[in-house]
Design a protein around this ligand. Structure first.
Ligand SMILES: [Zn+2]
Ligand SMILES: [Zn+2]
Length: 674
């Protein structure tokens, strides 16, 4: 073909300039044309917003943004996915006959699920260093990662020929006729290949061999189904460079020290046991934290115009059918027959013919049932019904984690019934209340995200446009649609019936936790026929806002424990002060001091044991008691106490009993009452 016939594509760059590139050229060519620095730094390309391989040729006019390590989020995801491929190649090099399945990127790295040979059995952590070494060898070889498009039959035959039964099974579930991409690592005979959507970096040498670490091994069922074969999953963490990896490993170590299960035991807050999987046994100390938090939340809600209610634990299955939960949510519900169990040892405990009831997995329908009692007028709105609602959700045992992920939990739940016109202001008010609660509870930093319509959804596009705009407007009106508040919109992440605002706390070691949420729902009021009489004398549907600030008490207390590493602010501390004697001569005096503190409403314990004071100090520090009042003979004679603060290097402070009582009392006031 003569040269002048070459088709030229217009490639628009982020700075507004346009480059003419001949057909067949790639984003890498554009990077090279701009300069050698960029050519080296560019990892991948965003073509019309979609992340693609840097070596994949343009298919027409396009907008192009090159991705470098500065685009951390995209770069991390690419790098982690590459590491997953390299892990799989390394494992197959070292353990021939091992079959590959899936290996995605995760929030901190990647994993890959393997089917080991029968002789080898599951992988063990002892094998990880050798696998890491093989991965480093593959990175050092700087093998190109090449994208190829195959048809389904060829892919299937390839995997059958190579003894990859899992991949051969999977590929048949991809739609027929659609081109399938395969990624080759290396060239020619020595290459390794995986079925993959991509994208990937141009070659393995783009990865930093010191920026990853294989962390652990676990079992995982093929496609997550317990009826399928058990696979062996190898996890790794991966970053852009060693500095990031090291910082992450330090954070992990710090997180382990703060583990709420460990601190919960040291402070005697709660325990869990197999007889009540996923339900917490709160000990006296832990329940004090709960009660203080609940009392605080109740005061805040009372002052913000909420009305507290209490609704049934068990409701007839037919009610759950009406609300729509029975169809979509049943597998997460605990179902109970409405029948007296048989005491006859030979008979079945239940007949199997009784009506079914279910423990509530959420409070929403019950709140609509309260709303529906009597006639509501527009003057009653907004109506804010709050409940510290105890719910049960039937989650697999493997998904449970300490008190952070449980099956019985209590939400700080509320539903606000509003007219369309009241929506924005009500959401603004909620944002303000939530902001003040988080700051009171010791979190200065949190992010607000708007989860937008998912692919599968109820309702028309116009309804979604409007619902999303309400939440967007409210956050802007509250002055929080800013970078400081991590404002971000998340396409596709809303619930199937409504978009939602998510509030993500940042804790003391930089981890984030989604706790707060608010969403505007028109579906449930419709299903349960909620209505109010408007100014026009006609019936109207209210909109229902579902909202929570701390989420659940269980999880939030777990987060608080890890955030504070057990060193709660005084108002939340289960034991606020211990009066410890140095000598037994001071026993009577110590009891007097403790009695005075207790009379002033302070949670105090005397420690009169015949132990060395250093031993007592160590023990109470481990139990995270904020204040230790040390008394000996001299203090008894002078009517003073020596106060030591937990975790403070400061010397102990001497003061009179009255001064001590006044100081502790002032410090123990909850933040909303101070
Ligand atoms: Zn891949
Ligand atoms: Zn709800």
């Amino acid at each position: 073909m003569p040269r002048f016939m070459t088709k030229m594509f217009k490639i628009a760059l982020p700075d507004g300039s346009v480059k003419e590139m001949p057909e067949g050229s790639t984003p890498a060519d554009v990077a090279a044309a701009i300069g050698p620095g960029l050519a080296k730094a560019a990892l991948a390309a965003k073509i019309d917003g979609e992340v693609r391989d840097i070596m994949r040729p343009f298919e027409g006019d396009a907008s192009l943004a090159l991705i470098t390590s500065r685009d951390e989020k995209d770069a991390l995801e690419l790098v982690r996915h590459d590491f997953a491929h390299i892990l799989a190649e390394a494992v197959q090099n070292l353990y021939p006959g091992t079959q590959i399945t899936f290996g995605p990127a995760t929030d901190d790295g990647f994993y890959y699920d393997f089917a080991p040979t029968a002789e080898h059995g599951a992988f063990t952590e002892e094998e990880l260093p050798a696998i890491e070494a093989e991965m480093r060898r593959i990175i050092a070889a700087d093998k190109p990662l090449v994208r190829e498009v195959w048809d389904r039959a060829r892919v299937r035959q390839f995997f059958i020929d190579h003894g990859e039964a899992f991949k051969a099974e999977w590929v048949m579930e991809l739609p027929e006729g659609e081109p399938i991409t395969m990624y080759k690592t290396g060239h020619g005979e020595a290459d390794w290949i995986d079925l993959c959507r991509g994208p990937h970096l141009a070659s393995t040498g783009k990865l930093d061999p010191s920026a990853f670490k294989l962390t652990r091994v676990s079992g995982a069922y093929w496609r997550g189904d317990p009826k399928n074969p058990m696979l062996s999953r190898i996890y790794g963490t991966a970053w852009l460079n060693k500095k990031q990896l090291d910082a992450y490993l330090v954070r992990l170590e710090e997180a382990a020290k703060r583990d709420h299960r460990k601190i919960g035991q040291e402070m005697d807050l709660f325990h869990l046991q197999a007889e009540a999987h996923g339900s917490v046994f709160w000990h006296p100390n832990g329940y004090i934290v709960w009660r203080e938090l609940e009392a605080y939340m109740r005061r805040r809600l009372d002052a913000s115009g909420y009305l507290e209610v209490k609704t049934p634990q068990l409701m007839d299955a037919r009610q759950w059918e009406k609300s729509g939960h029975w169809g979509k949510y049943r597998e997460n519900m605990f179902v109970v027959p409405d029948e007296i169990p048989s005491t006859d040892d030979d008979a079945q405990i239940f007949s199997g013919t009784a009506d079914l009831m279910a423990l509530k997995p959420m409070n929403c329908p019950a709140h609509v049932l309260i709303f529906n009692q009597g006639i509501k007028s527009y003057r009653d709105l907004p109506l804010r019904l709050a409940e510290f609602g105890c719910c049960h959700r039937n989650e697999p045992h493997g998904a449970l984690h300490g008190i952070l992920r449980v099956r019985q939990f209590t939400q700080d739940d509320a539903h606000i019934f509003v007219t369309e016109r009241q929506l924005v202001d009500e959401v603004v008010e909620f944002c303000d209340l939530l902001d003040s609660v988080y700051r009171d509870l010791g979190f200065d930093s949190y992010a607000i995200k708007l989860a937008l319509r998912p692919e599968q959804r109820y309702g028309s596009d116009e309804e979604w446009d409007r619902a999303e705009q309400v939440l967007r407007d409210a956050v802007a009106k509250a002055g929080r649609a800013t970078e400081e508040y991590g404002w971000e919109e998340l396409p596709g992440e809303g619930a199937f019936y409504a978009p939602k605002l998510e509030f993500h706390l940042t804790d003391a070691i930089g981890r984030t936790w989604q706790v707060g949420t608010i969403q505007a729902d028109t579906v449930l009021p419709e299903r349960l026929d909620a209505n109010y009489i408007g100014e026009d004398g006609q019936k109207h549907r209210p909109v229902m806002l579902h909202r929570a600030i701390i989420g659940t008490f269980e999880r939030f207390i777990g987060i608080l424990i890890e955030h504070y590493a057990g060193k709660f602010p005084l108002w939340l501390a289960p034991v606020q002060a211990v009066v410890a004697t140095i000598v037994s001569d001071a026993d009577g005096y110590a009891e007097d001091v403790a009695a005075k503190l207790a009379a002033a409403g302070i949670r105090v314990e005397p420690d009169l044991r015949n132990e060395k004071i250093n031993y007592k100090v160590r023990e109470h520090s481990l139990a995270k008691v904020p204040l230790l009042l040390v008394v000996g003979k001299r203090e008894a004679e002078e009517g003073t106490v020596a106060i030591r603060r937990l975790g403070s290097d400061e010397h102990q402070k001497m003061m009179s009993i009255d001064e001590a009582v006044a100081m502790i009392q002032a410090e123990a006031v909850p933040p909303d009452l101070a």
